[in-house]
Design a protein around this ligand. Structure first.
Ligand SMILES: Cc1cc2nc3c(=O)[nH]c(=O)nc-3n(C[C@H](O)[C@H](O)[C@H](O)COP(=O)(O)OP(=O)(O)OC[C@H]3O[C@@H](n4cnc5c(N)ncnc54)[C@H](O)[C@@H]3O)c2cc1C
Length: 362
C-alpha cells in the first residue's frame, strides 16, 4: 500500500461538480492556497445552467429581509464585481426590481409613514402608475427595490470552466463514487489521486450519494421561458407572482414554476401555460415564445444549506442545499466553509450538517 500511495498525485481537495457550488468553493479554496481537482460530468443536468440567477435581499409582498441579508448582500456585490474585473467578462447585472402592488391591502401597508421611512434606503414607493404605463399592470402603483439583480450563471460557469481547464484543475468526467478508497490515515484515494478531502457539490444529484443520502433534501423542479416582447425595453426586473428579467440580447426570461413532483429535467406544457398566465397578469404586451428550460433546485427541508463533514468519514464533505438562492448564498458560505476547512474556524450551526446527526445514526 505504501508504494502505491507514494506514486499517487497529491491534491488538497477533490471536488465533485462544477455547478455554482463547486465553482465558488474551488475558487475560495484556491484563493486560500489549496490545490484543487474538480470532476464534472457535463452530460448531467445542472440547476445552475437553468437558473434565472436573481439575487434579491427582500422578499414577499411586504418586503421582508431574507436570511442573513445584511451580511450576505454586501459580500456578494463585491464578490461578483471583483470576478468580473479579474476575468474581463460581464455576468453580474445589478438592476432594480419593480413590484406592482398586487392589491389594496399591500398598497395600504406601504402608505404608512413609518414604513416609508423604514424602506427609504433601499426602496422607492410610488402610489400612481405613471411608471411603465401601457406595459405593466400596475394600476395601484408599486415598489422599486435596489441591491438586487441577476447573475448570468452560464457565462459565469463558462468563464471558470475555461480558467480551471487552463490550470489543469478540471476533469470533464463522471465521478464514480464506488472507486474511492478511504485510507486509515484519513485520506481519500481516487484513480491516481490522493487528497486530504473530497467535497461533494453535486446539486440535486447529491440526494443519491450513498454517504450523504440521509440528509433531508427536498428538491424542487422549476421551469423558465425565454421570450421576446416586441417594442419593450425594460431596464429592471418586474416581479409579482412571476418574474420577467431583461437579458442583454433584448430577450426576456420569464419564471419560475415550483413543483415537488416529477423531479426530472423535462419541460412541460403545464409549466408553459402557468407562466403564460402569470405573465399576462403582470405585463400587457404579448410575448413570443422562444425556448423553455427545466431544472431541479437542490432545496432542503429546513431551507438552509447542507455544509460540513461526514459524521464518520472526516475526509468526506458536502457543500449543497443552496435551494433557490444559490447566487446569494454560495459566495458567502464558500468562504465560510473554506475558513472551517483550512483555518479550523467554527462552522455556523444553521448550515452545519451535524444538525441532522440523529438522522445518520437512525
Ligand atoms: C428554474 C430555476 C430557477 C432558478 N432561479 C434561481 C434564481 O433566480 N436565483 C438563485 O439564486 N437560484 C436560482 N435557482 C437555484 C440555483 O440553480 C441553485 O441554487 C444553484 O445553482 C445550485 O448549484 P449547485 O452547484 O449546487 O447544483 P448544480 O448546478 O445542479 O450543479 C451540480 C453539478 O454537479 C455535477 N455532478 C453531479 N454528480 C456528478 C458526478 N457523479 N460526477 C461528476 N459531476 C457530477 C453536475 O454535472 C452539475 O454540474 C433556480 C433553479 C431553477 C431550477
Amino acid at each position: 500500500m505504501g508504494n502505491i500511495q507514494e506514486s499517487l498525485e497529491y491534491v488538497d481537495f477533490i471536488i465533485v461538480g462544477q455547478g455554482l457550488a463547486g465553482t465558488v468553493l474551488a475558487n475560495a479554496l484556491q484563493e486560500a492556497g489549496q490545490t484543487v481537482r474538480i470532476f464534472n460530468n457535463a452530460e448531467l443536468p445542472s440547476s445552475s445552467r437553468v437558473a434565472a440567477g436573481i439575487f434579491n435581499p427582500v422578499t414577499g409582498r411586504k418586503l421582508v429581509k431574507t436570511w442573513l441579508a445584511d451580511d450576505i448582500f454586501p459580500f456578494l456585490e463585491k464578490y461578483y464585481a471583483k470576478l468580473e474585473n479579474r476575468f474581463g467578462q460581464k455576468f453580474f447585472h445589478e438592476i432594480p426590481i419593480y413590484r406592482p402592488f398586487p392589491n389594496e391591502e399591500v398598497r395600504r401597508f406601504f402608505q404608512n409613514e413609518e414604513i416609508i421611512r423604514e424602506f427609504e434606503a433601499f426602496a422607492t414607493i410610488e402610489f400612481e402608475n405613471s411608471k411603465y404605463q401601457g406595459i405593466v399592470n400596475n394600476e395601484l402603483g408599486g415598489v422599486t427595490t435596489s441591491h438586487s439583480g441577476w447573475v448570468d450563471l452560464n457565462t459565469f460557469l463558462d468563464v471558470f470552466k475555461a480558467y480551471f481547464s487552463s490550470k489543469d484543475m478540471l476533469v470533464n468526467q463522471a465521478f464514480e463514487i464506488e472507486s474511492i478508497q478511504l485510507t486509515e490515515d484519513n485520506l481519500v484515494i481516487y484513480k491516481g489521486l490522493k487528497a486530504d478531502k473530497l467535497i461533494f457539490c453535486e446539486g440535486f444529484h447529491g440526494k443519491d450519494n450513498p454517504f450523504f443520502n440521509w440528509l433531508p433534501f427536498n428538491p424542487v423542479k422549476g421551469e423558465v421561458l425565454e421570450v421576446e416582447i416586441e417594442g419593450v425595453h425594460l431596464q429592471e426586473i418586474i416581479n409579482q407572482g412571476a418574474f420577467v428579467v431583461p437579458l442583454p440580447d433584448g430577450r426576456y426570461k420569464v419564471g419560475a414554476t415550483y413543483s415537488w413532483h416529477e423531479l426530472d429535467w423535462i419541460s412541460t406544457i403545464q409549466a408553459r401555460e402557468e407562466l403564460t398566465l402569470k405573465y399576462g397578469k403582470l405585463l400587457k404586451p404579448p410575448f413570443k415564445f422562444i425556448a423553455q428550460k427545466a431544472g431541479v433546485r437542490p432545496a432542503t427541508k429546513d431551507r438552509r444549506p447542507l455544509i460540513g463533514l461526514h459524521p464518520a468519514f472526516k475526509q468526506l464533505g458536502i457543500f449543497n442545499g443552496l435551494g433557490s438562492k444559490g447566487v446569494s448564498l454560495a459566495p458567502y458560505f464558500a468562504k465560510h466553509f473554506t475558513e472551517f476547512l483550512t483555518e479550523e474556524k467554527e462552522l455556523a450551526s444553521e448550515v452545519n450538517i451535524n444538525r441532522f446527526a440523529s438522522l445518520y445514526l437512525a
